[in-house]
Write a protein that binds this ligand. Structure first.
Ligand SMILES: [Zn+2]
Length: 714
């Protein structure tokens, strides 16, 4: 069987996912369910802290994040200019909540918010206030009583350091989490001007034009400065309690985030505008690519998350549940956030309670050790930053989003890989890498991908992948030309109208290539919007060729001028154990814009052909499901998140639409035997059949989120 080599690779678990399994469990690994209560200034004396402590208990929250200080202090601070809540009096609501949580054995971290301050601070230290590009001190955009602080100067480095030290000394917390700590746009205060000048030898940029060398330098300086601040605050609080950690809310570089954090939280609270619910899972995958299996909390809003900022609103039950399900299926630990201790609309309380109670009951199946996905999609922060400017490069995020959506529809469990972590150790778990127009790649990144293919790995790449270096400068040929077997021809065509792809069987055998499965009856399908002219360096099969654009008006003239060409629009190669597919047009971005089913089918088939091994899990049945697969210490799980809903592409969900029977085939990891299979949402045993290394079963229905749990023999 062809799976033997692959099975060897499949058995390699834990790398790079190895967490400190043998170390004593640190506090940050313990909490599985977080509760965040963000107090408002007039809460002290009005809100009922015991109600909240009781709620935390009911939902089995084992971690809490509570408002302490910054813009408003909720404890009797002694630091000059640290503004005590005007309603505080002699009380200490923060301390009361902290003691209550510690008594329930919860981990407790303080929330601070340094981004805004008051007139008295402005008067005492005008140089602590952010300055706009016209040289004006910045009033707060939402609240004109307040000032915006400079994140990179003494307000954060001196004043907030004292605040963090005081909070730690008084309450001996597990950590501090700061919201809005990293600034709001470029600050032109005296400190920023001077510090940037000594770093870069130039003035602060006046634009956010990516061609501007000052802007380029500024992005690097900002990351350095914020990293310094993170170190300073972490060092400060660890001096008070060595196990504590400083946790920033967001950091502008995922690789740095992964390296510096022992625990992190994503602040992607809910959908807004036109995004599918899988966006929450995507954020988890991006961070897992750099953090490995270190604990990641998924902050979710119980309200609407739109630009109009209805912070006291409550979202529908179905929308809250699908968002959290996407996070849980992707190994995020749920973290609800409630603004204001006084509740106006109580509808969310039962929703979160049900989600958390289910989570608590099934906790051992949610403590994942490693994902078992064999496919990974590469994402590139440098491409995002440095690529663009040409007409065919507009809306370039569509490449990644379209590919992501195609993999979801294809029900392929997959991880994401950061392009700066393409070393052998990080790529070891994967048989297949997908590169959706990963345009900016250095020579050494290309070499890492070359080695990966040499070692038996497979690649799917689209459009301008590797046609630019790590600085975003164009190359004369693809950095990966030898891997693709294709060179750049020097031209880009588009936006194309009325262009097609000719699908044809092999001239000798008369058989259709497997990448055309399900499309055999189609003489042709629609093309994308932009295509690169390329030159093949070797022989390729020709299952997909170009039908050039022809007039789309007047209707009398709409007939193909060249019904067939020998210009391939898909290049398929076998290189040892590996397979490579290069697609010289924007299939992924076109899929994101147009959602043509044929493009989805073609991408699914290409991914399956390139993988060239039995997948870890196959799920067949109606609907759109996000499928993820995990290993725990003594079990494995397959998550099925049901995204089938008229509100899938634009929330909120009104209700769930259950999907019918799903037939599931799961590959059992090497050296394990299955003892029991059950469905965690339905809460019942599931009949199953074992055939060789595969478990077969049927999940009768999925409402929102079903988890198939397979217990291993001891
Ligand atoms: Zn500044």
């Amino acid at each position: 069987m062809k799976t033997s080599a692959a099975a060897g690779a499949y058995a390699v678990l834990g790398a790079p996912w190895g967490v400190a399994a043998e170390k004593e469990q640190a506090w940050f690994d313990r909490p599985m369910r977080w509760a965040q209560l963000v107090l408002v200034e007039n809460d002290p004396g009005r809100f009922d802290p015991d109600f909240w402590l009781d709620y935390f208990k009911r939902v089995h929250a084992d971690g809490a994040c509570l408002s302490a200080g910054g813009a408003v202090a909720y404890y009797p601070t002694e630091i000059p200019l640290h503004h005590r809540s005007a309603w505080l009096g002699d009380s200490d609501p923060f301390g009361y909540l902290v003691r209550g949580c510690f008594a329930m054995n919860m981990a407790v971290i303080a929330r601070t918010d340094p981004h805004a301050t008051w007139d008295n601070t402005f008067e005492a230290h005008p140089n602590w206030i952010a300055v706009d590009s016209k040289g004006q001190k910045r009033r707060h955009w939402s609240n004109p009583e307040l000032w915006v602080t400079c994140a990179m100067g003494p307000y954060n480095f001196d004043f907030m350091t004292q605040v963090h030290e005081e909070i730690m000394k008084l309450y001996q917390l597990d950590g501090i989490f700061s919201n809005r700590w990293a600034g709001h746009g470029t600050c032109y205060c005296e400190h920023c001007v001077e510090n940037f000048k000594s770093f870069a030898g130039m003035d602060l940029p006046r634009t956010s034009n990516r061609e501007d060398p000052a802007y380029h330098k500024y992005a690097g300086w900002r990351i350095e400065r914020l990293r310094e601040l993170w170190f300073l605050w972490d060092r400060t609080i660890r001096k008070v309690k060595s196990t504590s950690r400083y946790i920033p809310n967001g950091f502008p570089d995922n690789v740095v985030t992964g390296a510096l954090s022992d625990i992190f939280f994503t602040d992607h609270q809910a959908r807004s505008g036109v995004i599918p619910p899988w966006s929450n899972g995507k954020r988890a995958k991006e961070l897992r690519a750099t953090m490995g299996m270190k604990p990641l909390g998924g902050i979710f809003s119980i309200g609407l998350e739109e630009p109009y900022r209805w912070k006291d609103s409550v979202q529908t039950e179905a929308e809250i549940r699908i968002w959290v399900a996407e996070g849980t299926a992707n190994n995020m630990r749920p973290w609800f956030v409630k603004f204001s201790g006084t509740i106006y609309d109580r509808r969310w309380l039962n929703v979160v309670e049900k989600i958390y109670q289910w989570h608590y009951t099934n906790e051992r199946y949610l403590r994942n050790v490693a994902p078992l996905a064999r496919a990974a999609m590469v994402y590139s922060e440098q491409t995002e930053r440095l690529y663009g400017g040409q007409p065919w490069q507009e809306q370039s995020s569509g490449h990644e989003l379209g590919m992501y959506h195609a993999l979801i529809e294809a029900r392929v469990p997959f991880e994401m890989v950061n392009d700066r972590l393409l070393d052998a150790e990080h790529l070891k778990p994967f048989k297949l890498l997908v590169l959706p127009n990963v345009a900016a790649l250095s020579e050494s990144q290309c070499e890492q991908l070359r080695q990966y293919v040499r070692g038996g790995g497979s690649l799917v790449a689209t459009f301008e992948t590797s046609l630019y270096d790590e600085e975003g400068k164009p190359r004369s040929d693809f950095g990966l030309a030898d891997v693709f077997g294709v060179s750049y021809g020097g031209g880009v065509e588009g936006p194309m109208k009325n262009s097609y792809l000719r699908l044809k069987p092999d001239a000798d055998s008369g058989r259709f290539h497997p990448v055309l499965e399900g499309l055999n009856d189609a003489y042709r399908i629609v093309n994308g919007i932009w295509r690169l002219q390329v030159k093949p360096q070797t022989n390729f099969p020709s299952p997909v060729t170009l039908i050039p654009s022809y007039p789309d008006l007047p209707m009398e003239h709409v007939y193909p001028r060249r019904p067939d060409t020998d210009i391939r629009e898909l290049y398929l190669r076998e290189l040892g154990q590996g397979r490579v597919a290069y697609i010289p047009w924007d299939i992924d971005r076109t899929f994101w814009r147009i959602m043509t089913a044929d493009h989805g089918v073609l991408l699914r088939n290409i991914v399956n052909w390139v993988a060239n091994e039995k997948p870890p899990v196959q799920v067949t049945g109606p609907g759109i499901l996000d499928v993820t697969v995990w290993r725990q210490a003594k079990s494995m799980t397959v998550h099925l998140v049901n995204l089938t809903n008229p509100m899938m592409m634009k929330g909120p969900f009104r209700e769930f639409i259950p999907v019918g029977e799903q037939h599931v085939r799961i590959r059992i990891p090497q050296n394990t035997k299955i003892e029991r299979v059950h469905l965690l949402a339905s809460d019942k045993a599931c009949p199953y059949r074992i055939e060789g290394d595969t478990v077969e079963l049927t999940a009768p229905s999925v409402l929102d989120h079903e988890v198939i749990a397979l217990d291993f023999h001891a």
